[in-house]
Design a protein around this ligand. Structure first.
Ligand code: GRF
Length: 215
């Protein structure tokens, strides 16, 4: 008997090019799992169009329509729970999540950040890299923990930084690698090859136990 495919939802706030890369890789079978929904905090996010084109539900949980962060997050958790996903993927989701949601999805929520963490956390990471003068930059896919951009690292990919680069040029170069790194990390998760040991992620063979779920 064939095991049922794993499921994930994607949270994105804007353009959604990572979301698209993930959808494409799931459609071609590289990611052995099904995307159940897009959830966004931004009613104008282009990612909504991408979800529509792919025939995937797009849910808007708009931050502005809630009186405070707590009620917003309660609604966000409810929106995610509706799909009961194995994995929550933050693909350009521009809000810092509170501890309740992060704990609930501990070990099964991943984020992409456009720097080689732990360097250049937070906003405008690519511009930070240019300003600092590093010669190598890149992206990081990591598990989400309560500290921003600080969770266990799954995959990093690098790019060179050239003299004359500005933040936008570097961002475009890094984005190409993001579109490879994120699907690869998600694939590893669904192949059950990621094991979190303290703050280190070990990548095992296809039979390693997964981080598991506890809800
Ligand atoms: C990406 O650079 C991602 O690393 C960062 O936000 C950007 C989102 O781009 N967190 P897109 O919406 O996936 O095109």
């Amino acid at each position: 008997m064939k095991a049922e495919k794993g499921t994930f939802v994607v949270l994105a706030s804007g353009r959604g090019s990572n979301f698209q890369a993930i959808l494409d890789k799931a459609a071609e079978g590289y990611i052995p799992a099904v995307c159940k929904a897009l959830i966004t905090d931004n009613p104008d996010a282009y990612a909504i169009e991408r979800a529509r084109a792919a025939g995937i539900p797009g849910e808007v949980v708009s931050f502005r329509s809630f009186s405070d962060k707590q009620t917003y997050e309660t609604a966000l958790i409810a929106a995610i729970q509706k799909y009961d996903p194995d994995l929550v993927v933050l693909a350009g989701y521009m809000r810092i999540l509170g501890s309740e949601i992060v704990r609930k999805y501990s070990g099964r929520m991943v984020n992409i950040h456009p720097s080689l963490l732990p360097s250049f956390t937070g906003l405008h990471a690519q511009q930070q890299a240019v300003n600092y003068g590093v010669k190598v930059a890149g992206c990081t896919v990591h598990f989400v923990t309560e500290d921003m951009d600080a969770g266990p690292v799954i995959i990093q990919r690098t790019v060179p930084v050239f003299e004359g680069d500005d933040g936008d040029i570097l961002a475009d170069r890094i984005l190409i690698e993001e579109h490879k790194a994120f699907p690869e990390a998600i694939r590893l998760f669904f192949e059950r090859r990621l094991r979190i040991e303290g703050r280190v992620v070990k990548i095992g063979n296809a039979h390693s136990p997964s981080p598991g779920r506890d809800d």
